[in-house]
Design a protein around this ligand. Structure first.
Ligand SMILES: Cc1cc2nc3c(=O)[nH]c(=O)nc-3n(C[C@H](O)[C@H](O)[C@H](O)COP(=O)(O)OP(=O)(O)OC[C@H]3O[C@@H](n4cnc5c(N)ncnc54)[C@H](O)[C@@H]3O)c2cc1C
Length: 286
């Protein structure tokens, strides 16, 4: 396959696709708690890391009745794993730090789940990973591959704009003006498919997740008992599982539990939800 331009946008794996790119991956670990452990908070806690003037541990209320505590910033040299694992040392650090702000300390037994990711930081030499810039960069390597890397989820539109602009410049291509800043996401007010929120009887968690697409989630559902949760106490409906398959590209139960919803962040919840999810996946394939 030949192309006029090749863009490498593979995040922390960018150096595997183009060896000219040098990254310094940094692992960030989060812990998942029941919201009850924090007294069902409606605001976040920001806890200074003892001995540092610039680092904090956050406790953030999340959907599905959880609070997430994070996060660490640890050098993660070597081959990039598909799924980075939190270490016991990081779990202890997060517990100790958040406990400095709580009247009753949280214990290891209250940790319902833990997960980690690798930040694709650009290697700028020595120092702590916490001090490396989170700014993104668009780099052209001697082979001509353009790489967009670094950055934040929150800056994705700017990253995409800068990458496309760099391709246009490097290959002398023409294009209309960039429209990304004004494009509403699916479910956002102003998106062409957005509809008014459905009324009574529809779980608030469904409308919080799908916004203007909530009506479509319900109207397109063919599954039995669409508004029933996938398991008692887990606020994801059967209709949303079907919608993940029909409209969000999910292929299997893991896609739904781990990637379209965040049920899988608590392994025990994933096991309870799995039978209903697998039943809907099987019916969809039939
Ligand atoms: C622990 C942690 C906490 C973070 N917290 C925040 C935060 O609070 N706020 C914020 O704004 N940002 C945050 N970020 C940063 C944010 O997640 C990343 O900057 C962002 O995901 C980078 O987007 P990307 O598209 O460049 O890479 P990615 O999101 O990693 O996407 C790259 C994709 O390429 C795919 N891929 C890899 N290799 C290949 C290949 N050979 N062929 C095809 N596909 C391939 C991967 O599967 C992946 O889907 C955090 C990151 C981490 C790790």
């Amino acid at each position: 396959v030949s192309a006029r331009a090749v863009v490498n946008a593979t995040g922390v794996w960018a150096g595997e696709v183009d060896p000219a790119i040098r990254l310094r991956p940094s692992r960030g670990t989060h812990l998942v708690f029941d919201a009850a452990a924090f007294g069902h908070p409606s605001a976040a806690l920001t806890v200074p890391v003892p001995g540092s003037t610039s680092r904090f541990v956050f406790a953030l209320p999340q959907q599905l009745g959880r609070v997430v505590v994070g996060l660490t910033d640890e050098d993660a040299p070597g081959p990039v794993p598909d799924e980075p694992e939190p270490t016991e040392g990081e779990i202890a650090f997060l517990l100790e730090t958040v406990n400095t702000a709580l009247q009753r300390g949280l214990t290891r037994d209250e940790v319902r789940g833990a997960f980690a990711g690798l930040r694709p930081l650009i290697d700028t030499g020595g120092g702590s990973t916490a001090d490396i810039s989170r700014k993104h960069a668009v780099l052209e390597s001697p082979s001509g591959v353009l790489t967009v890397v670094g950055g934040k989820l929150t800056t994705y539109r700017r990253m995409a704009q800068d990458a496309v602009d760099a391709v246009l410049r490097a290959r002398a291509l023409t294009a209309g003006p960039c429209r990304t800043a004004d494009l509403p996401l699916v479910g956002a007010p102003g998106h062409r498919d957005s509809a008014p929120l459905p009324g009574d009887g529809v779980p608030a968690s469904l409308t919080a997740r799908h916004g203007g697409a909530s009506r479509a989630v319900l109207d397109r559902a063919t599954v039995a008992r669409p508004l029933e949760p996938v398991a008692p106490g887990i606020g994801v409906t059967r209709a949303e599982v079907e919608y993940a398959l029909t409209h969000e590209g999910a292929l299997d139960a893991a896609d739904i539990l781990d990637r379209r919803t965040r049920v899988g962040l608590v392994p025990a919840d994933a096991e309870r939800a799995r039978p209903a999810v697998e039943e809907i996946v099987a019916a969809h394939r039939a």
